[in-house]
Design a protein around this ligand. Structure first.
Ligand code: ZN
Length: 81
């Protein structure tokens, strides 16, 4: 993944959004194969983990994520140290 300013400190993981076709390929939120339903389940399970601090992702129809430039194609998960 391309470098992010926010990757320089702390613990971060980039995760691809989920697809409707189950293919292990990149996807953006404007792609017809992007699955909001599956990605929402992923977000909910991540947010239920006590180590997860925040998730940057540009599909703000999913509650709990924060939009941030460049985050149409991955979820940027920040964890507590
Ligand atoms: Zn990121």
């Amino acid at each position: 993944m391309s470098p992010h300013q926010t990757h320089q400190h702390g613990t971060h993981v980039d995760i691809r959004p989920l697809r409707k076709d189950d293919k292990n390929l990149p996807v953006t939120i404007s792609d017809p194969n992007y699955s909001r339903d599956l990605t929402k389940l992923l977000v909910q399970s991540l947010l239920s983990h006590r180590n997860v601090k925040s998730i940057l992702f540009n599909d703000t129809a999913i509650s709990g994520v924060k939009s941030y430039a460049g985050h149409d194609n991955h979820l940027h998960v920040s964890m507590h140290e």
